[in-house]
Design a protein around this ligand. Structure first.
Ligand code: DGL
Length: 265
């Protein structure tokens, strides 16, 4: 039993798609979420910058006494996870491994990946899929406009539909499509309509939250007492659409009063 919170980290609102799944899967846990809105977007930045920003984010969360860290960001997972796992003495998990293991279980062989430019460039998904499912064929596409559109709240308008139609060209034959950036589940209705309902969209938060639950139990650090649960959000810049997007996504969970400025240089 360990009532300390779980730390979660993303460049903005995208990680809330992971937070939503973690809340469902680990209902007793308190969560501290850090959105690095001041430095958004991460997708166009260099690997060196992403490693540096990820370390700062994790150190901030550790200063808040978290017991584990979830990197709820595809860009940071693909470019910084291995490095930060070596630096801190605390469980740190990202979005790639658990999703690829799930795809293997489902025996999908024609796999599509959409993600930020940095994630695609890093080959984080491609390498992990090749390692675990060597017979798979992978089609991938960088979709740099989608995360900024999600931050803007443009997830179900005509512009979103046209943008997704354009990005999905060449991905028509996949059996499943990995939403390799945590902002992308916000577009899942449009993507599913465009791609066809029988193709599975891989929402990485679902697999990650199950893995997290396992890690908490296995390390004997889950919180068995729901009573003292509290969620807290920190943003590095408060001038954002964060509240609007989070209210739309989390519906029943009003986090508006739990948002504070995180001063991270
Ligand atoms: N949500 C993030 C990801 O999964 C970051 C998007 C961005 O900041 O460009 O990649």
């Amino acid at each position: 039993m360990d009532s300390r919170p779980i730390g979660m980290f993303d460049s903005g609102v995208g990680g809330l798609t992971v937070l939503k799944e973690v809340m469902k899967e680990c209902p007793n846990e308190s969560i501290i979420y850090l959105g690095d809105t001041k430095r958004f977007p991460y997708g166009s930045k260099s690997k060196e910058t992403i490693v540096e920003l990820t370390k700062k984010g994790i150190e901030f969360l550790i200063s808040k006494n978290v017991k584990a860290v979830v990197i709820a960001c595809g860009t940071a997972t693909s470019q910084a996870l291995e490095e930060v796992q070596k630096c801190y003495n605390i469980p740190i998990i990202g979005i790639i491994n658990s999703a690829v293991r799930y795809i293997k279980e489902k025996e999908y062989k024609e796999i599509g990946v959409i993600a930020t430019t940095g994630t695609i460039r890093s080959k984080g998904w491609q390498n992990k899929i090749n390692e675990i499912i060597p017979e798979a064929t992978i089609s991938y596409k960088a979709c740099p406009l989608l995360a900024p559109m999600a931050e803007e709240g443009w997830t179900d308008n005509e512009i979103a539909k046209l943008t997704i139609k354009e990005y999905l060209k060449g991905l028509e034959d996949v059996q499943c499509l990995i939403l390799g950036c945590t902002h992308y589940p916000l577009f899942k209705d449009i993507i599913s309509k465009e791609l066809g309902k029988h193709k599975e969209l891989i929402n990485t938060g679902e697999m990650l939250s199950k893995r997290l639950n396992y890690i908490l139990k296995n390390n004997d650090i889950e919180n068995s007492n729901k009573e003292n649960k509290k969620h807290q959000i920190y943003l590095t810049d408060l001038e954002t659409n964060f509240i609007k997007v989070s209210n739309k996504l989390l519906k029943d969970e009003d986090l508006t009063n739990n948002i504070e400025l995180a001063e991270i240089e």
